[in-house]
Every structure is written in C-alpha cells, then in structure tokens.
Design a protein around this ligand. Structure first.
Ligand code: FAD
Ligand code: NAD
Length: 476
C-alpha cells in the first residue's frame, strides 16, 4: 500500500520547499521529494537557487566586488593598501559555507513545520501515485500518493550541440561557480544574466573575459536606455562583449581552447583557458512524468498549466522554472504559496505584471513592468521621467554615481507602467517601485511620498517628479 499524504511536492527548490512549508502551515500533511545531494553526498534542499544558483553566485559577486573596490575604488576615499591579493580557495570556502548553512536551514524549517522530507527522484505515475527512485541507481525505494501533487522540478542549463560540458574546461554555471583559480582568459557564450554576473566575478578577480552573444542587441529584455548605460559601464570594467557572435565550435588546443564563431558573415577565433556556456536554461522534466499520469509537456518540455498553475489532471499542479514565465526564484516561491492556498480552499494570486528583475552586476540593474519600447509597440501613450544618481548627494558621498532611474507612466492616467534602474543597490530600490505598481500607483503618488535624505531612493522620487518635468535637482 502506498503511504498517503494530503500533498506531495516534487522538487525542493524555492518553488517546492516554499509550497511544502505553506501547505504544512495550512494544516496539510505534506511530503517533499528532492534529489539534490551536496559534495559529501548528503541531501541538500533548496534546489538550484540555494545550491548552484542565486546564493553561491551572489556570495562570489560580493567577494569579488569587495576585492575590486579595494584595488580600484578605495584610493578615492584616501584608503590605500599594498600587496592586495585574493585567496580563491578561501573565497570558495566562504561561499560553500553560506550554501551549507542555508540548505541546512531548509531541513530545520521542514522539521519545524512537520514536512516529511524524502531524498530521492520522484516520478508522477497514474492516479496520483508518486514513485520515489534512488537518484543514482533508479531503483524504486517507495511509492506514495496524495490527492494533490505539486510539480516543482525546476530547470537545467542548456548545452550547445557539439559543445558538450566536460566539467573542467567547458562548463555550465555550476562549473563557473567552482573554478579553483582565476582563468587567464575566460570565454563566455551568452551575454545574458548568468554570463554577465559570472563574467563579472572572474573579470574583477583578473580574468580577461570575452562574452560572445548571438543577438545583435545587448540585454534586449531590459529598457534600451538601461542596456546602453550597462554596456558602457561593463566596457569600462573591461568586459569584452561581442554581439551578433554565433559560436560554431570549441576546439581543444595544447594550451587551452579555441572558440570559433561567426560575426557579420566573417569567421573569428578567440583563444581562452576556459569556456562557460550560459545560453539559457530548460525545464528539468525529462523522466518526471509516466506516460499515463495525465500531465502534458509542451514542445519545449515545460509542464502545461493554466493561469492557476493547474495541469490537465485535476489535483496536479506545477510551478516555477518548469512552467511558463520567467525563471526566477521569487516567481517560483510565489506560485508555490498561491498553489498551497488554492489546495487549502483559499485564494492564491500571483501578479505577473509586477515581478521584479535584478541583474547583480556593478552597477546593478533592476526593473519592474514594461519597457518604453514594449509600451510604444503596444501603442500605449506614455510619459517618462529620468533622474541620474550623479545628481544625488548619497551616491556622490558613496563615490558610486553611475546610472539612473527611469519611471514610465501612462500619459493620460499617470499610472506607473514600468520602472527601470541601473545604479548602486538598485536590487533594494526596486522594491518600492514593485509596491507602487502593485497598488496601481500613479507617478504623482510616488512624487508626493516623502523620501529620506540623503538616500539613493531620492533618485526614484526625483524621477517620479521628472515625469511632470518638475524634478528639483536636475536641469530641464
Ligand atoms: P529549482 O531551484 O531548479 O529546484 C528544483 C529542485 O527539484 C532541484 O533540487 C532538482 O534537483 C529537484 N528535482 C528535479 N526533478 C526532480 C524529481 N523528479 N524528483 C525529485 N527532485 C527533483 N533567480 C533569481 O530570482 N535571482 C537570482 O539571483 C538568481 N541567480 C541565479 C544564478 C544562477 C547561476 C542560476 C543557475 C540561476 C539563478 N536564478 C536566480 C534562477 C533560480 O535559481 C531559479 O529560478 C529557481 O531556482 C527556480 O526554482 P524552482 O523551485 O522552480 O526550481
Ligand atoms: P539568458 O536567457 O538570460 O541569456 C542567455 C543569452 O545567451 C541570451 O542573451 C541569448 O541570446 C544568448 N545565446 C543563446 N544561444 C546562444 C548561442 N548559441 N551563442 C551565443 N549566445 C547565445 O540565460 P542565462 O544567462 O543562461 O540564465 C538562465 C536563466 O536563469 C535566466 O533567464 C534567469 O531567469 C535565471 N537567472 C536569473 C538571475 C537573476 O535573477 N539575477 C541570475 C542568473 C540566472
């Protein structure tokens, strides 16, 4: 007989573990199956985000930024230091400890909330049974069942045809998080979020980083003025971003790798020590579903769901990276909470129009809502207000003045439709804009709110004022 639960969650990432905790809080007897194990072979909850994604990448971004500031920016404050060096193994050890502490913390939360944690690979079978397999041998360990199942299997890096990962020289993001020394020349295929964040880490530590991006447009998802400013800043930092570059082949050479690519019809070769492939991620759904389980995948392997994250099979839900929408940890978690609420008979809601995006480079990039180009293409009449950080006292005091805030409002109703920021600590500033948009605020609302002085948030305030051309600390 299969053991019964009220809810079974497959996947223990920020989608799955949050869903499991919320289900348990709502009084549902919940099990969460996850197959991740750490370097020591012990179960390691938290999915991509905690183990090999958001958290380790931000740990390395922080270490490398401190190092870069000490080397290049502290002198302006009158601080100088001789013989500055970076101990890469210590940096990696710090990162590993952060990961261990946070992944361990999920286990503690599960215990406190009485979530049954099962380490294994879960496969959805017919009639809402779940087979739990040994992740290495595939051997059946147990079968469990529940009237409600949440699929939160997450995603995996995309591998380019003919350029397989070898775990050492041609690596995915996980490999790039674990380099044991600074590569002299690092090739990055794909100048998207991962390419820029991890490229920045190794660039700051001394690598010559060459990013090969297939698209002609840089950071096409961001507002064009933000992308333009980002490209300028990254160039100043030494990131060599080559657009319209289609990589054909990576060949081994005695002293490294030769990356062959085509740009504007011409063939080029760049020689590097290591290559990071960061060309996107795909849903981790291979093997997840038995043919008779009633749940369908789309052509790209995403689990098909409706607006409420419900699959074609009643009682089977799917969330996070494995379904449509942005591949972001906070999107996964919010879908997890919403599904838990629905299972418990309540109302769950995720506002897809106000999901914030952040790119944790320096300067940081953050946005919420639509870009100017998207709104113009839709024929929406807009007014925009911009304000540079260079005109704020706080950014000047910090010696960190690059970037600006851009508020986009509807030209007739004044409702805020998007906010796009590049600059210092903007990952935190964007929260105010998300709240404003969630409450359907107008630019006038933001403009009338008192912002503390001197803070970076004054740039948000001034850009809201600038929508009506009444920013105080700006000409024109
Ligand atoms: P995942 O986190 O992928 O978790 C799924 C879990 O389920 C995994 O543990 C997986 O092994 C397990 N699993 C899969 N199939 C099965 C199965 N059949 N049985 C049992 N277990 C299974 N997002 C942000 O919002 N901010 C960031 O700063 C950020 N940085 C990132 C940096 C990097 C380098 C990477 C790679 C990603 C980053 N992301 C970031 C994206 C973020 O990690 C994902 O959007 C998020 O982890 C998705 O959560 P999830 O729960 O849907 O899936
Ligand atoms: P991405 O979609 O952000 O960028 C991939 C880039 O690779 C694109 O610019 C694409 O045009 C380019 N590309 C695709 N094929 C190529 C090829 N053959 N040659 C050269 N370039 C090619 O994907 P990613 O950087 O791999 O990140 C995956 C996902 O992980 C992101 O979409 C994001 O959702 C998530 N993530 C988020 C954060 C964050 O929130 N800060 C950080 C890292 C990852």
């Amino acid at each position: 007989m299969a053991e019964n639960f009220d809810v079974i969650v497959i996947g223990g990432g920020p989608g799955g573990y949050v869903a499991a905790i919320r289900c348990a809080q709502l009084g549902l007897n919940t099990a969460c199956i996850d197959d991740q194990r750490n370097k020591e072979g012990a179960p390691s909850l938290g999915g991509t985000c905690l183990n090999v994604g958001c958290i380790p990448s931000k740990a390395l971004l922080d270490s490398s930024e401190q190092f870069h500031r000490l080397e290049h920016q502290f002198a302006a404050h009158g601080i100088t230091a001789d013989n500055v060096s970076m101990d890469v193994s210590k940096m990696q050890q710090r990162k590993d400890e952060i990961v261990k502490s946070l992944t361990g913390g999920i286990g503690v939360l599960f215990k406190a909330n009485k979530v049954t944690s099962i380490n294994g690979y879960g496969r959805l079978m017919a009639e809402k049974h779940v087979a739990v397999l040994d992740p290495e041998t595939g051997e059946l360990k147990q079968t469990i069942s529940a009237p409600n199942i949440i699929l939160a299997a997450g995603s995996k890096p995309v591998e380019l045809p003919g350029i397989p990962f070898d775990g050492e020289f041609i690596v995915d993001s996980t490999g790039a998080l674990n380099f044991d020394r600074v590569p002299k020349r690092l090739g990055v295929i794909g100048a998207g979020v991962i390419g820029l964040e991890l490229g920045s880490v190794w660039n700051r530590l001394g690598s010559e980083v060459i990013l090969l991006e297939a698209m002609d447009e840089f950071l096409a998802a961001a507002d064009h003025q933000v992308s333009r400013e980002a490209a300028r800043q990254y160039k100043k930092q030494g990131l060599d971003i080559r657009l319209g570059a289609m990589v054909n082949r990576v060949a081994s050479k005695p002293n490294g790798l030769a990356v062959n690519y085509t740009q504007k019809g011409e063939d080029h070769v760049v020689e590097v020590d290591r290559v990071v492939v960061a060309v996107g991620r795909k849903p981790a759904t291979e093997g997840l579903l038995a043919p008779d389980c009633g749940v369908a995948l789309d052509q790209r392997g995403f689990i098909e769901v409706d607006n409420h994250c419900l699959t074609a099979e009643e009682g089977v839900w799917a969330i996070g990276d494995a379904v449509r929408g942005p591949m972001l940890a906070h999107k996964s978690s919010e879908e997890g909470v919403a599904v838990a609420e629905r299972i418990a008979g309540g109302v769950g809601h995720v506002d897809f129009n106000t999901i914030p995006w952040v790119i944790y480079t320096a300067p940081e990039i953050a946005w919420v809502g639509k870009t100017e180009n998207e709104l113009k293409a839709e024929g929406v009449p807009i007014s925009t207000g911009m304000f540079p950080f260079a005109a704020t006292g706080r950014a000047k005091a910090m010696e960190d003045t690059a970037g600006m805030v851009k508020v986009i409002a509807h030209a007739e109703t004044d409702r805020i439709l998007g906010v796009h920021i590049i600059g210092p600590h903007v990952s935190e500033l964007i929260a105010e804009c998300v709240v404003a948009m969630s409450f359907h605020a107008s630019s006038e609302d933001l403009a009338r709110i008192v912002h503390a002085h001197p803070t970076l948030s004054e740039a948000v305030h001034e850009s809201a004022l600038a929508v009506e051309k009444r920013a105080i600390h700006k000409f024109g």
